[in-house]
Design a binder for this molecule. Sequence first.
Ligand code: X2X
Length: 333
Amino acid sequence: MMHRRALLAASFSLPVFAIGGKARAAEFSYKYASNLPATHPLNIHATAAAERIKAASGGRLEIAVFPNNQLGSDTDALSQLRGGALEFFTLSGPILATLVPAASLNGIGFAFKNYDEVWAAMDGPVGAYIRGEIEKRGLHVYEKIWDNGYRQITTASRPIQAPADLHGFKIRVPVSPLWTSLFRAFGAAPASINFSEVYSALQTHIVDGQENPLAIIETAKLYEVQKNLCFTNHMWDGYWMLANPDALARLPPDLQDLVTHEFNQGAMAERADVAKMNAELGATLHGQGMAVFETDPTAFRAALQSAGFYAEWQKRLGPQAWGALTSVVGPLA
Ligand code: X2X
């Protein structure tokens, strides 16, 4: 009899619990947008962070993840973020530079000799300076930058093996003064195109080539529309995790701290995944049909130097920004 009553109670209470759980709306329903495919480590770890935030907040804060430019191009998403229609967004520094000029700093050609220098700069004085400038322009930014990676040139026609191969070369670059300046310094013909349009721009041969880190060439399937992979390592790029400050201010302090903790943790896990992928993706992309070429960075760096690229950007960014960078990487100009 006792047994039967317990069973009845259980069968009665279970559905009620389930209905209650489903019906309870989150107190805060926020959105996060990214320009990358869902399979890229950036989205994998942003999604995992959002799940941890939901669980640890007892469902109070739900962050819906929108990968792949689903909410619009970078240009659109940045204005949504500033206007408050979007709460969280990851954006590359030199693209954010249209609003925060100092955010170009990480993209200076051949600035970082290796990842140790990248993290020493970005988790150190360079990142601190840029984040200060971002906050001054009215956006919140989390401390740990997410890895986009060292960028490599891909082409449909001839490979880029020496700086002279870039003369007159039609290459897609992100919408960013720094990227345009860098490829003009090489004598190329850069076209500013949002990432949302890159696959189709390559497919329809509006441009011959583009440049992106290996993890993007793989996850965005650029190998389907490009033939040559040229290891130029011409710049390192990262994604700042940005937030709309009014949306953050609506969260109680415990939830603000939770988001900070989980997004910074997510960035560290994402960096580790990208590092693992970097070790394998040259071979993977070769297996997917790309011809692979190594290049000599000394020749490319000398070309930038003689075109006045470093002198120009030292002047444009100013002594404080340039001083932060060179304090880590040594003199550039
Ligand atoms: O637009 C690009 O090439 C990308 C995806 O790498 C950036 O966001 C800078």
